[in-house]
Design a protein around this ligand. Structure first.
Ligand code: PLP
Length: 380
């Protein structure tokens, strides 16, 4: 048993102490001037993070609530939508569409691979009546990134919108919503935002708002048009998650201070060192496609159970990572370098993986991965 706990999972992630402190302040009322001032500030901060001139709606929900709103507010029952399914979260787009009677065209991607934009183009060509393309920027279940820039480009001059689940991409990698022509971009508080779970964010382009005007899928709580209207007066439709929004203000200040470029470079540096470090430990990475910058999916060594590694990390070393999901259960474990993460989180991750595998009697080059990660993370 270890005294200290380390949260290195792909959400929730650790919350910085200054943010925790801010959230402990006495409650303010959401129809008060204090809240209006707070909301005005976070509204601008979110535009900076999303790199958009469009308002970004804030919902009291987890990321999946944001995903659901990105279906029901833009489509009608019987509409056709294309979705990229390369993992657990891609699959979720299909399930949400099905729940609302939206016809789906699946672009199936072998787990571990990135979608080939040509496959999305082929689906669009074959289905000119498709109203939307749903995709993940980072498929957390497989640790793989999809080329959302190329997909945004495909629909730029079509009627169809591109809807991106950027839940493990926003605040991690570059997702310039306006520049890349992304129409709906969803993110969530417990990932790159380094906040507790409970907020979903949805950015909407002008093109998507036009589709919103004709959308007939039932929705009541997640009504983005009503939220946009309320946003103009710095209000939400229902009681917002006030404490989380107080925390959000602190987080957005931190992002501005570090700059977007700084945030992206930090994650890139940590992800690179994690991957190269674990390879030097003698491990194999799972992705065949572009690896996600937020989360590293690692193959359990031959003959070892990935769930045992994940469990040993937690019970012996106090490190909470993540196991594999569905078909990857047992073969893969995942380590995040996401949100409030820096140099020594990566060193800890690589060291802990080497130690957990050694503890289980597995073969690993103890210390070699740490050394490689140290070399890559040496301050310039
Ligand atoms: C975490 C996550 C979600 C949302 O999950 P919630 O549990 O609803 O917050 C959706 N998509 C991706 C890619 C994620 O990583």
């Amino acid at each position: 048993m270890s005294l200290k706990k380390y949260l290195l999972a792909p959400g929730p992630v650790p919350v910085p102490p200054n943010v925790l402190n801010a959230m402990a302040a006495p409650m303010i009322h959401h129809r008060s001037p204090d809240f209006v001032e707070l909301f005005a500030e976070v509204k601008e901060g979110l535009k900076y993070l999303y790199q958009t001139s469009q308002p970004v709606m804030i919902l009291a929900a987890t990321g999946t609530g944001g995903m659901e709103s990105a279906v029901t507010n833009f489509l009608s029952p019987g509409d056709k939508a294309i979705y990229v399914n390369g993992g657990k979260f891609g699959e979720r787009w299909g399930k949400i569409c099905a729940a609302y009677g939206v016809q789906t065209v699946e672009v199936k991607v072998e787990w571990g691979r990135s979608v080939d934009p040509a496959a999305v183009k082929a689906a669009l060509d074959a289905n000119p009546d498709a109203k939307a393309v749903y995709v993940q920027a980072s498929e957390t279940s497989t640790g793989v990134a999809h080329d959302i820039r190329a997909i945004g480009e495909l629909t730029r001059n079509l009627a169809a919108i591109t809807v991106v689940d950027a839940i493990t991409a926003m605040g991690v990698v570059n997702v310039p919503m306006d520049e890349w022509g992304l129409d709906v971009v969803v993110s969530g508080s417990q990932k790159g935002y380094m906040l507790p779970p409970g907020l979903a964010f949805v950015g909407v382009s002008e093109k998507a708002w036009r589709l919103n005007a004709t959308a007939k899928c039932p929705h009541f709580y997640f009504d983005l048009a009503k939220e946009r209207k309320n946003l103009e007066t710095n209000q939400t439709v229902f009681t917002p998650a006030v404490s989380l929004i107080v925390g959000l203000r602190e987080v957005l200040k931190m992002v501005r201070q570090e700059t977007l470029q700084g945030v992206f470079e930090r994650h890139d540096r940590l992800a690179h060192a994690t991957r190269e470090g674990l390879k030097a430990s003698g491990l194999r990475l799972y992705p065949v496609g572009t690896p996600s910058t937020a989360v590293t999916a690692v193959m359990a060594p031959e003959g070892m159970d990935g769930q045992e590694i994940y469990k040993t990390l937690r019970t012996k070393y106090g490190v909470t990572a993540a196991g594999g999901q569905d078909q990857l259960k047992g073969t893969v474990f995942r380590i995040a370098q996401l949100g409030y993460a820096d140099t020594f989180d990566t060193i800890t991750a690589v060291a802990a993986v080497e130690m957990a595998i050694t503890t289980l009697g597995g073969k690993v080059n103890l210390g070699a991965g740490v050394k490689r990660a140290q070399e890559l993370l040496l301050a310039k």
